[in-house]
Ligand binder design. Structure first.
Ligand code: T3D
Length: 265
């Protein structure tokens, strides 16, 4: 499949410019069709080796409000098993693709970010929020527990104490709160969000993709792992990356006081 083509579904737009793919959620919440499109877009971004950085963003004043609760209401009426099949069918594949693809993923959080939307943002590697973005875990407010990896990703990002408070109380918090807590790395004015994120994505797309891919896996796997296992993984990964042209060229460039060029080889 040629993934260099951009395409537009009912709920998801997928565009590649150079080595950057941008996945845009065009509806506030996720219905079944939208989730299918999102799984496909994440899969396409992961599988296209010419894509070396991915941006996930929303539209208007909502990044992603999570599950479409009107559709969920109907699904509940049809039987709870049907309603919750979407976790295995959609949410888990989406956050797994984002968290495990061997290239950096940036969440450009343009607005409200709730429920599975927050899980999606936290499955990305770097988060940049618009100053007016609002966040809520949302799940407990409707009698559910976090999915989309949020029970792990939130407590890893914030620590168990604050994660518990945010999950149990489901209170909204601001972009400035998220920045102060380290949940997002940067907060920028709404009118420069796209430009700032695309500049960051372009920079990452020109970087050492092989090393980024290994590093993001190592960072996630290291959580909770026994210390000897962490050291063993680091040793294995460093040995692998040490044999790449990217690494050798970068060392040559450093010694020559030149800028390295990374080609993902
Ligand atoms: O099996 C399964 O499906 C389980 C999977 C669960 C995954 C989940 O994501 S569960 C959590 C679902 N999400 C929520 O509970 C979030 C609910 N929404 C909100 O908390 C707030 O709406 C927001 C924080 C997202 C935004 O707040 P605000 O004040 O900026 O906007 P608003 O006025 O509340 O919402 C704007 C509109 O979007 C409004 O519709 P209206 O009045 O203009 O016609 C609102 O009803 C609608 N909307 C917002 N979120 C959802 C939604 N419609 C359907 N589903 C939503 N999730």
């Amino acid at each position: 499949m040629d993934n260099s083509e951009s395409y537009r579904g009912e709920s998801v737009r997928y565009e590649t410019v150079g080595a950057v793919a941008t996945i845009t959620l065009t509806r506030p919440s996720l219905d079944a069709a939208g989730k299918e499109e999102l799984v496909q877009a994440c899969t396409d971004a992961a599988n296209d080796d010419s894509v070396r950085c991915v941006v996930v963003t929303g539209t208007g004043r909502i990044f992603c409000a999570g599950q479409d609760l009107a559709e969920h209401h109907t699904a509940l009426a049809d039987g709870a098993a049907t309603a919750f099949a979407t976790i295995a069918d959609h949410y888990n594949p989406v956050v797994t693709a984002l968290a495990t693809m061997r290239k950096p993923v940036i969440a450009a959080i343009n607005g409200a970010c709730a429920g599975a939307g927050l899980g999606i943002a936290l499955a990305c590697d770097i988060r940049v929020a618009s100053v007016g973005a609002r966040f809520t875990t949302a799940f407990c407010a409707i009698g559910l527990t976090p999915d989309s990896g949020l029970s792990a990703s939130l407590s890893r990002a914030l620590g168990v104490a604050r994660a518990s408070e945010l999950v149990l109380l489901s209170e909204a918090f601001s972009a400035d709160d998220a920045l102060a807590w380290g949940l997002v790395g940067r907060v920028v004015a709404a009118d420069v969000l796209d430009a700032e994120v695309q500049a960051l994505a372009t920079r990452l797309a020109a970087g050492p993709t092989l090393a980024y891919g290994v590093a993001k896996r190592a960072i996630r796997d290291a959580w909770g792992a026994p210390w000897p296992d962490v050291l063993a993984c680091e040793q294995r990964d460093q040995t692998t990356l040490g044999a790449t042209a990217d690494h050798r060229g970068a060392v040559d460039a450093f010694l020559a006081k030149e800028k390295p060029e990374f080609t993902a080889r």
